[in-house]
Design a protein around this ligand. Structure first.
Ligand SMILES: [Zn+2]
Length: 126
């Protein structure tokens, strides 16, 4: 996923635990106003096909994604998991800090970002 030009030469300011210990989103604050969020898992769908019904994950990944050199550690010879097609996205909230200026702590900002992300996800799914 390419970085937006606005973030060129900028380091990530902090990260937000979106799903604790599972999914972290990188956050950049540009011009103390616009908040860029790098989402490494954005509505990722499961891979579905009819030809491998009931086949173990190792067979499905080898048949459909032979080019992917995924760590074998996570590809099991059983059928209890899912092949996930990971979607990535950049979400930008412009002029976000205007209404957050009274919030002093980063932690509060984290909560604000998480709330907005949830709202954004609801908007996208509806
Ligand atoms: Zn198949």
């Amino acid at each position: 996923m390419t970085k937006p030009v606005e973030l060129k030469n900028l380091k990530q300011d902090f990260s937000v635990d979106f799903i604790p210990n599972k999914c972290k989103f990188g956050v950049w604050v540009v011009n103390e106003n616009d908040v860029y969020i790098q989402c490494r898992d954005w509505f990722s769908p499961s891979f579905q096909c009819d030809c491998c019904l009931g086949a173990p994950i190792s067979v499905r990944t080898e048949r459909h994604f032979p080019e992917k050199k995924t760590s074998k550690k996570f590809i099991y010879d059983d059928n209890w998991g899912d092949v996930v097609l990971r979607n990535e996205a950049w979400v930008v909230f412009r002029d976000m800090l205007d209404d957050m200026r009274s919030w002093e702590e980063w932690q509060r900002m984290e909560i604000g970002i998480r709330m907005r992300m949830c709202r954004k996800m609801e908007e996208t799914t509806n």
